[in-house]
Design a protein around this ligand. Structure first.
Ligand code: OTD
Ligand code: ZN
Ligand code: ZN
Length: 380
């Protein structure tokens, strides 16, 4: 019931203002006319759907506007086996609204103990599309992650090359002596660059990049084998957003927001049209009380607003013509999957983001809660 009401809340956003004429080509739209962009249905290549009533509360927000999503495995306990991934997929399919064709693409959580055999099983299942590496302790529920990739995971990585199974990485070191804001850069230098060198054929996605260093690294790599996802928050916010008028827990995520120069570098990279970048919201909902407390969880709930926000970024950069490749082509092309065939529309029409979404265990505060956004997505 409540999942349905959360769904409705986004389905019928409150319009603000109005427009008149419709044009598919933003460049040709006359002043005062309404712009509409028809694009191939996007996919979300990095998504946290959770389980239980939180899954019920959030899944419709993704299912409505995305054809597929790479579903992160950091549950409690983590999704470490294909059997668990299959069960989790079934739970997701049960939770999506009737009639939705949303297809969750499952991932395995890499540990020091993952066996090469498990990779073979995963590939055969047709359910698992990638393996996620969390350095142990890097983010939410990552305590079972990898402690020493070069010492413990080489046979698994070799099998992944054979099975053409992509590796998705949370690219931060966890050494408490390394400054939080430098953890991505140090990860690239000490782990990712050597990993790419050792396994040049392994497909690697550096998830949720946040720095100029990451952009430079991605662009130095082979386009066929190394790519990156980018979140709306790292494109729109810099670290000042964490402290604007007081501590802002709903802007806290990992990797943490960085300086403005890094944000600008990521915007330039993504809007350049390079096929190495694709949409990955990293939407990571936590119940409000777990964000607004003395030791708040990391994670931004962006699923209901993500498409509007990506459109805003591309519009601001004068690159709306490059939006569709980022949202709908580069991801499936990299993963070797077909592009979606259905389409959707983004209409330039102001709408208000709900302040909260209520569900049985509490409330979720979405990114840009209560603010007005300009691009309204809907199905055609
Ligand atoms: N970052 N929160 C979470 C995951 C991500 O690193 C991530 O992928 C989460 O809550 O699962 C976050 O801040
Ligand atoms: Zn991560
Ligand atoms: Zn994530």
């Amino acid at each position: 019931m409540l999942a349905y009401s959360a769904y409705r809340a986004f389905e019928t956003p409150r319009p603000v203002g109005y427009c008149i004429t419709i044009s598919r080509n933003p460049k040709r739209t006359r002043r005062g006319a309404r712009m509409e962009l028809a694009i191939t249905k996007p996919d979300d290549w990095h998504l946290h759907l959770r389980d239980g009533d939180l899954l019920q509360a959030v899944v419709s927000h993704s299912a409505r506007h995305f054809g597929r999503a790479i579903v992160m495995p950091n549950l409690k306990p983590p999704v470490t086996t294909t059997a668990r991934a299959v069960a989790y997929k079934e739970a997701i399919l049960k939770a999506i609204p009737t009639g939705s064709e949303f297809n969750p693409l499952m991932t395995l959580y890499l540990t020091d103990e993952t066996s090469p055999e498990e990779i073979k099983i995963a590939r055969k299942s047709g359910v698992v599309y990638a393996v996620k590496m969390y350095p142990a302790g890097a983010t939410t529920n990552s305590q079972d992650g990898v402690t020493d990739v070069f010492g413990k995971c080489l046979p698994v990585l070799e099998e992944m090359v054979k099975q053409e199974m992509p590796l998705l990485v949370h690219g931060e070191v966890t050494d408490p002596d390394v400054d939080t804001f430098d953890r991505e850069k140090v990860f690239i230098e000490t782990i990712l660059a050597p990993l790419v060198q050792k396994f040049p054929q392994l497909k690697i996605v550096m998830e949720h990049i946040t720095t100029l260093d990451a952009v430079r690294f991605i662009e130095s790599c082979n386009k066929e084998t190394v790519a990156a996802t980018v979140t709306p928050q790292h494109l729109l916010l810099n670290r000042n957003s964490l402290f604007k008028g007081g501590l802002q827990p709903h802007n806290y995520c990992l990797p943490v927001l960085k300086r403005e120069i890094h944000r600008q570098a990521i915007v330039s990279a993504v809007t350049s049209g390079s096929r190495q970048y694709f949409l990955g919201t990293d939407s990571a909902p936590h119940e409000r009380r777990r964000k607004e407390c003395s030791c708040g969880c990391a994670g931004i709930y962006s699923a209901p607003v993500a498409l509007s926000l990506y459109a805003k970024v591309f519009e601001q950069a004068g690159a709306l013509d490059k939006l569709e490749a980022f949202t709908s082509f580069n991801g499936p092309d990299f993963y070797g999957l077909p592009r979606n065939t259905s389409r959707m529309v983004l209409r330039k029409s102001a709408w208000e983001v709900p302040k909260t979404y209520t569900y049985p265990s509490g409330e979720l505060v979405p990114m840009f809660a209560g603010e007005t956004l300009e691009w309204l997505p809907f199905d055609i």
